[in-house]
Design a protein around this ligand. Sequence first.
Ligand SMILES: [Zn+2]
Length: 249
Amino acid sequence: MKYCTKCVMPSTRPGITFDENGVCSACQSYERRKTIDWDARFKEFEKLCDKYRGINGNAYDCAIAVSGGKDSHYQVHLMKEVMGMNPILFSVEDNFPMTEAGKHNLKNISDEFGCNIISLKPDIKTQKKLMRYTFEKYGKPTWFIDRLIYTYPMHMAVKFNTPLLVYGENVSYEYGGADYIETYSAKNQLSNGVASDIDLNELIANTGVSMKDLEMTKAPSKSEMDLLDPMYVSYFLPWNSYANYKFAS
Ligand SMILES: [Zn+2]
């Protein structure tokens, strides 16, 4: 195992690469920020918002996938208060006992910004069966939940006709990972290695769950994906988790 010579990120991070000086792809992305024309990027962002603002009349014109934390607070502020959009928020919650802080934070978003949040409370029976199997087979106990965090907002964005589905940072680009491409589009997010495809028939054969139990974990169909325009905020603005934390506090 080796470590990045700059930030000590280990080579065990899925999809990470290193240059000839042993510097990881996340550090290289961070260096590249200095060369980016952020004013031009923000203009691109404005254009994208202009394209979708008001598309459904008084109904929602964009969607944000939120957990309720610092980054969610910043994204909701950005889309609603800065860009003048009308977002609906999608969240996956309550699959594990939530802390009081977690409950407070999620509620605080609707309290502060005046937004509706639609939450998926996942099927715990299926979760238990899958957690054990994906842990023992792949070392990924939270595959089911991670997968839903990606797929549920996409399915909902299709239903609400809100093509502009907002995500925070592109984790592959910002922190190093399999889907290492600099683009605003989050269309390929599912292949970033966090919750990649597992053969559903394998899960059914080994855990006793049914295809119906797994429906929500499926990626949207090709024709559904064509309707969506999912985006990463981190392409348009220099992403800063610490600043988001300070903003949320
Ligand atoms: Zn590094």
